[in-house]
Design a protein around this ligand. Structure first.
Ligand code: HEC
Ligand code: HEC
Length: 415
């Protein structure tokens, strides 16, 4: 009985005879795998340091056809009114799916007041956009297409373009057994975005037991991150975000109401979603308005205790970090860059030439997936990556730096 068929390019090149056998098996199975893939739910292969469980909505199971269609759409400027801008123009693979501009530039050079966030590990997201105005990836991905300052393409016009294109028409039928619709565009794009994952960073290797993966300076940075600098009050969990909204005072004087535009609550004014810090060294500039060009500036900002305003989060306060502390924090933030899937598959050209994984020959971003027929093995129980915060020796703040009212909040929250 085949309960699980796993065929990756990595498997072909690395591990001798056993792997060779599995490749031969995969080749033998290739025809039947393709035949069954439309009904099968795909399971993404685990990435070191991330939760093994990738939440996938029940009404949009992952399939190869959807991911491939989503990838094609993501890189296609046909999704913008004047056919000049693709999702990938702003979410650039080489910059961990963000870009280098302070704020996003859409069609006709229009700018919006917000910085392009990375898309890595959004499969685990609980709220989307800086103010959390979307609750799922499916809900998120159609917005930039229709947004006048981004791609500015009304949905009916997009669907007309897709239906006229025989390639797209075929791909939609393969993925959904029906012609292009707004819902299916959203499902395909969301499926692709779920495959964009970053893990196996020096931090992850360190946590897995490779003591040399973090430099002594970065290790010190980690102890500060969870201790005196208190970053882990909000940047916590495998993704270094609590997925909640906080007022750090970035927008104290700029007028972006942030979260309060949705909730209407005064206390949410100026609150924004804690972003992941994975790949942060590659996603400059920083903050929802891109105001800081470097991580050094971000660290200075936190050292000041953020920008004071009436809603400032109680976890922020002047830190009085020494120059050496700031350097250590920086070294730690730089150790959060790992491997971004599925780009990694591109480098495995040799193995794919052997014919082991036909999928990975498709540039630029073929996706490396483990195939698990959904009926044979239920995939429900969440398995969380262990919380590294709990086990790290911390550099504690000197108690006299803390007002009594805040001392109790020093312990990092668990997600
Ligand atoms: C003009 C630049 C631009 C284009 C084109 C663009 N985006 Fe974005 N994207 C942004 C900005 C800016 C944000 C943050 C907006 C906000 O929070 O208000 C964002 C946010 C997102 C988010 C939410 C991320 C998070 O962490 O909450 C997703 C998902 C996303 N975009 C996917 C896409 C997809 C899919 C496309 C193509 C259909 C696309 N984007 C096209 C600029 C762009
Ligand atoms: C009170 C919660 C909180 C604490 C504590 C906190 N952060 Fe943040 N962090 C946020 C929020 C919220 C944002 C987004 C703010 C915005 O854009 O307005 C952010 C943004 C960032 C960014 C920018 C990321 C990007 O992609 O733009 C970096 C880097 C960062 N924080 C690092 C740190 C470090 C280092 C510390 C500790 C010194 C820290 N944070 C402490 C909540 C927090």
């Amino acid at each position: 009985m085949w309960t699980r068929i796993r065929w990756t390019v990595l498997g072909c090149s690395r591990e001798g005879i056993a792997r060779f056998m599995s490749c031969a098996l995969a080749l033998a199975m290739a025809v039947s795998c393709q035949a069954q893939s439309q009904e099968s739910t795909l399971r993404l292969p685990p990435v070191a340091g991330l939760d093994e469980y990738v939440p996938i909505p029940e009404d949009n199971p992952l399939t190869r056809e959807k991911i491939e269609l989503g990838r094609r759409l993501f890189f296609d400027a046909l999704l913008s009114r004047d056919r000049t801008i693709a999702c990938a123009s702003c979410h650039q693979p080489a910059r961990a799916f963000s870009d280098s501009a302070r704020v996003a530039t859409g069609v006709r050079g229009q700018t919006r007041g917000r910085n392009v966030p990375t898309l890595v590990n959004r499969a685990w997201g609980a709220a989307f956009f800086w103010d959390g105005r979307a609750a799922s990836l499916e809900e998120t991905v159609l917005q930039p297409i229709q947004n006048r300052a981004e791609m500015d393409l009304p949905l009916p016009e997009l669907l007309r373009r897709l239906r006229e294109n025989p390639d797209y028409h075929r791909m939609f039928v393969e993925a959904f057994a029906e012609a292009p619709s707004g819902e299916n565009v959203a499902r395909a794009l969301a499926s692709y975005v779920r495959t964009l994952r970053s893990g196996n960073s020096p931090l992850d290797r360190y946590r897995a037991g490779d003591a040399g993966a973090l430099s002594p300076q970065a290790r010190r940075g980690l102890a500060l991150f969870v201790g005196k600098a208190n970053c882990s009050a909000c940047h916590i969990g495998p993704n270094l975000t609590d997925e909640r909204f906080h007022n750090t005072g970035v927008a104290a004087h700029s007028g972006d109401p942030g979260r309060s535009r949705l909730t209407g609550r005064r206390e949410d004014w100026g609150a924004f979603k804690t972003p992941t810090l994975r790949e942060v060294a590659r996603t400059a500039p920083y903050m929802h308005d891109g105001r800081f060009g470097t991580l050094e500036q971000v660290i200075e900002f936190y050292d000041r205790g953020g920008n004071s305003n009436r809603n400032l989060d109680p976890e922020l306060r002047p830190l009085r970090l020494a120059a050496e502390d700031k350097q250590s924090l920086l070294a730690f933030l730089q150790a959060l860059s790992g491997e971004v899937e599925p780009q990694r598959t591109q480098t495995r050209a040799g193995a794919s030439a052997a014919g082991c994984e036909p999928w990975s020959t498709q540039p630029p971003n073929a996706v490396d997936v483990a195939v698990t027929p959904s009926a044979s093995r239920p995939y429900r129980r969440p398995r969380r990556a262990p919380d590294f915060i709990a086990s790290v020796p911390r550099i504690a703040p000197r108690p006299h730096n803390l007002p009594a009212s805040r001392r109790r909040s020093r312990r990092p929250r668990r997600l």
